[in-house]
Design a protein around this ligand. Structure first.
Ligand SMILES: Cc1cc2nc3c(=O)[nH]c(=O)nc-3n(C[C@H](O)[C@H](O)[C@H](O)COP(=O)(O)OP(=O)(O)OC[C@H]3O[C@@H](n4cnc5c(N)ncnc54)[C@H](O)[C@@H]3O)c2cc1C
Length: 297
């Protein structure tokens, strides 16, 4: 048994818990780091082996956004996810999916619940995001209300089924917190794309938890060299647009690095300078803070 086969057997059917009742679970995988390398080398026959070892080649492919070598590997998962989170998940069209049917079967009798100290507050700056938590005392009211709503919806669903109402119609008022299960199969290239988007700080907390579990618990051990390159060149990389490079250039030329807010604003191009609000300028500032080129106030 080679190292990857042993890893596959160790991981297969192991449920990695996510949220209060969800999980991700590896069903099967095809390929490994070597499969990516093998596919890339077919272009050059054996010619590249002398100049680049596997790790170097994978890092080159990732850095230069080659795609098809990573499509040679595939991962099949079984996932258990609340329906609201699943709704975001299935926007990724490049996977093959089979989901539990609540027309054929009775819906899973589990809903995601929110502890009193986990109600997130609406972010002020990002309309799609959240920041901070409601205090637990206030949150207790919402958690109790959540439990009552879920109970009520489940009772109505069960009553409809008991009266012989079709499952396809009885389900219509089940809350989006209801868990669903699905097989989800995707090639490694598109999986990394999913992980890049859904492990990002801008993704919603719940799907971020799933993406983190898939990435760290499954992809990393199965594809260690690919994962390392993915972390270095995609997950923790930072792109600088032409406009952003010009800001850094102006700050450097003026000897203003690290910059304060005034110097940063002065170095911004005409497009950004005079706007009261500018998301692109905010994103540029955040990147320069991350690089230590702007002093945080
Ligand atoms: C933080 C965040 C916020 C979001 N907010 C919203 C929102 O407010 N509203 C909303 O509707 N969606 C939202 N989305 C969903 C987002 O717009 C994408 O639909 C989703 O992330 C899937 O991305 P994708 O199309 O790149 O992935 P996939 O569907 O997996 O596709 C992978 C790649 O394949 C290619 N591809 C796939 N299908 C086609 C096609 N038919 N034609 C051409 N190329 C194709 C594209 O290059 C694509 O990037 C959000 C996503 C994120 C991560």
């Amino acid at each position: 048994m080679n190292a990857n086969a042993a890893t596959l057997e160790r991981l297969r059917w192991k449920k990695f818990p996510v949220l209060d009742d969800g999980f991700v679970c590896l069903v099967d995988a095809m390929g490994d780091d070597a499969a990516v390398v093998q596919a890339a080398r077919v272009s050059y026959q054996a010619g590249t082996r002398a100049v680049s070892d596997d790790r170097t080649l994978i890092r080159y492919l990732m850095r230069h956004r080659h795609t098809t070598p990573f499509e040679m590997a595939e991962v099949k998962l079984l996932v258990r996810v609340p329906m609201d989170c699943w709704r975001q998940w299935i926007r990724h069209r490049t996977a093959s999916i089979n989901e539990t049917s609540t027309r054929y079967s009775i819906a899973i009798d589990a809903s995601q619940t929110t502890p009193p100290d986990r109600w997130r507050l609406q972010a002020a700056s990002n309309r799609q995001g959240s920041e901070g938590f409601l205090d637990a005392q206030a949150g207790a009211e919402f958690s109790a209300e959540e439990a009552a709503l879920q109970q009520h919806a489940k009772a109505a669903y069960r009553k409809r089924l008991e009266r012989g109402i079709a499952r396809e119609q009885a389900r219509k008022d089940l809350p989006l917190s209801t868990y669903t299960e699905a097989y989800w199969k995707i090639d490694l290239h598109n999986l990394l794309h999913f992980l890049e988007l859904r492990m990002d700080a801008l993704a919603q907390r719940e799907i971020r938890d799933y993406a983190g579990a898939i990435g760290r618990e499954i992809v990393r051990p199965l594809f260690p060299l690919v994962w390392e390159a993915f972390e270095d060149y995609r997950l923790h990389a930072l792109d600088l647009s032409r406009l952003e490079q010009e800001v850094v250039g102006r700050l450097a030329a003026a000897g203003k690095l690290p910059a304060d807010e005034e110097a940063f604003l002065a170095a911004c191009g005409a497009d950004w300078k005079n706007l009261p609000r500018c998301r692109e300028r905010d994103e540029c500032r955040a990147k320069l803070v991350r690089l230590g080129l702007i002093r945080e106030v």
